[in-house]
Design a protein around this ligand. Structure first.
Ligand code: HEC
Ligand code: HEC
Ligand code: HEC
Ligand code: HEC
Length: 409
């Protein structure tokens, strides 16, 4: 597909389609001081800075670069930033090829953009109710629940669900009724359903499309992370799960473990573990948690927010990166700068800055840096998410006070 830079109906159409596709998403509310950018503003920047001309988000937008709603760059801020950085050489070439100006970021632009890309993952891809209908039978739901004209009567009729109710609300109902439901499944010799991949999204989209009742209050898929943290503690989750903790727990560390997928998929995995988890809870004398109102949404908002910041980088390892990736060759080992033709002093500009602001500076200066690197026949430095986290920890807080001084202080 040809991309028409900036003007031209195609990029407008792409932008409008993107906005329409994402308009229904309401990301979690943000506390003023939690340091995460605003994904809604990020979405506008994604259009305003021309990203949408080359990148689609779930099928809406350009085709020059990968669809950013479907790439695996979802782990944390560091993973998204590392990927943007690693690809910036190739992106730069494409920008020249299509004569799009390379975007320059100011204020909190990069922070908003990465928040937008990160929270894309929070939301589900649209499910397919036709697949969901098949699953409703395959997973035996139909044997106990009436929906439309078919279904058993051991469980409550599911067409009482409000139409269009949020998937997390259904997941929460499923969870709350889990122990009773599993007992009756076992009594009937039915296997307890397990949800893989998109199954839970398709199944729920079927349930949501069938509901008869209109709800007057839409349950929010997006919760308040602050409340979520409190609920995580008060429901006993933290007795078995750490979130970037220092000790092994009974359950997986919910900061570090691979939790790829949207909130609903996460709810699906939590459901999959319900039998094992409730055994452990009994053994530890923890009451089975029952969720009310937006509880589950809030707990998940807390987990998603924690994961954005990822694992704390290590400044000492970052210092090693600073040398190994060639930064020190141009900026000096103490960030004191090596003068014209090399690189400027960066110690003062990075010390105490947020990770987003440092990456923004690196991004803005990348073309100039790139030119000198070609000149010196240096390879473009590439980072894994962990390496970038270390490097940023060093740049923000690891400089020695004076050239020649002890590093780390
Ligand atoms: C002129 C086209 C173009 C523009 C404009 C553009 N990109 Fe890219 N982008 C690409 C290409 C091509 C790649 C893949 C590069 C590669 O494979 O090395 C890419 C890769 C990426 C990646 C890594 C994806 C992954 O999964 O590894 C991210 C993140 C990204 N771009 C974000 C952005 C953002 C944010 C903007 C707007 C500020 C933007 N891009 C603007 C062409 C573009
Ligand atoms: C063996 C019978 C049985 C099967 C199979 C079964 N359920 Fe249930 N379900 C029940 C019972 C019984 C309840 C009510 C439990 C209670 O009172 O706590 C229930 C409750 C529910 C609720 C809460 C309804 C409400 O009004 O709050 C939902 C949602 C639900 N089930 C969905 C499902 C889905 C989806 C499946 C298939 C994956 C399924 N059930 C399979 C028996 C079953
Ligand atoms: C008594 C210990 C215990 C408690 C309390 C507990 N969990 Fe778990 N949880 C586990 C175990 C063990 C697993 C892994 C089970 C398995 O591997 O089958 C697990 C798995 C999970 C998973 C799936 C992780 C993945 O990688 O797929 C999620 C999500 C989860 N728990 C969330 C919670 C939440 C939220 C709470 C609080 C409401 C909670 N857990 C309370 C023990 C517990
Ligand atoms: C080949 C030399 C060279 C290398 C290697 C290099 N830089 Fe730079 N860097 C520069 C130059 C030149 C500038 C100023 C660019 C400009 O003015 O646009 C710069 C600018 C910067 C800035 C912005 C400073 C400011 O005042 O805003 C940061 C931060 C930075 N570099 C960090 C790094 C890091 C981290 C590395 C290692 C991954 C690195 N640089 C590797 C030459 C280099």
């Amino acid at each position: 597909m040809r991309y028409e830079p900036r003007r031209g109906p195609r990029s407008w159409a792409a932008a409008a389609a993107l906005v329409a596709a994402l308009a229904v998403l309401s990301p979690p509310p943000l506390a003023a001081d939690d340091g995460i950018g605003d994904p809604v503003r990020g979405q506008s920047l994604f259009v305003a800075k021309g990203c949408v001309g080359c990148h689609a988000v779930r099928g809406h937008g350009g085709r020059v670069g990968p669809d950013l709603g479907r790439t695996p760059a979802k782990g944390s801020f560091f993973e998204i930033a590392a990927r943007m950085w690693n690809h910036s050489g190739m992106m730069g070439e494409k920008m020249q090829e299509f004569r799009t100006p390379r975007p320059v970021f100011e204020d909190d632009d990069l922070s908003h953009l990465t928040a937008f890309l990160y929270f894309l993952n929070y939301f589900d891809e649209p499910g397919d109710p036709r697949i969901g209908k098949v699953l409703f039978t395959e997973k035996h739901c139909v044997q106990c629940h009436q929906l439309g004209d078919e279904g058993g009567s051991e469980g409550p009729g599911l067409d009482e669900l409000p139409r269009g109710t949020s998937p997390l609300r259904i997941a929460q109902d499923l969870w709350n009724h889990g122990p009773a439901m599993i007992t009756s499944m076992r009594r009937r010799g039915l296997t307890v359903p397990v949800f893989n991949g998109d199954e839970i999204i398709d199944l729920f989209s079927y349930l949501r499309s069938q509901g008869r009742r209109r709800s007057n209050r839409e349950f929010q898929s997006a919760g308040d992370p602050e409340r979520g943290k409190l609920l995580f503690e008060s429901n006993g989750c933290q007795r078995c799960h750490q979130v970037f903790g220092s000790e092994p727990g009974i359950g997986p560390d919910l900061g570090r473990s691979e939790l790829r997928g949207s909130v609903t998929q996460l709810a699906g995995r939590m459901w999959n573990h319900l039998p094992a988890m409730s055994e452990d809870m009994k053994a530890l004398d923890i009451e089975f948690p029952v969720f009310a109102e937006d509880d589950l949404a809030e707990i998940f908002a807390y987990l998603f927010f924690s994961r954005y910041d990822g694992e704390q980088g290590d400044a000492e390892r970052g210092r090693v990166q600073f040398e190994a990736k060639g930064c020190a060759a141009c900026h000096g080992l103490y960030g004191e700068g090596r003068g014209v033709g090399m690189g400027p002093a960066i110690r003062e500009t990075t010390a105490g800055e947020s990770k987003e602001h440092i990456v923004q500076r690196m991004w803005n200066h990348a073309p100039e840096m790139g030119k000198r690197m070609v000149h010196k026949q240096l390879d473009w430095p590439r980072f894994t998410a962990d390496e970038l986290a270390d490097l940023l920890a060093f740049l923000a807080g690891g400089w020695s006070q004076e050239p020649g001084g002890e590093l780390g202080r």
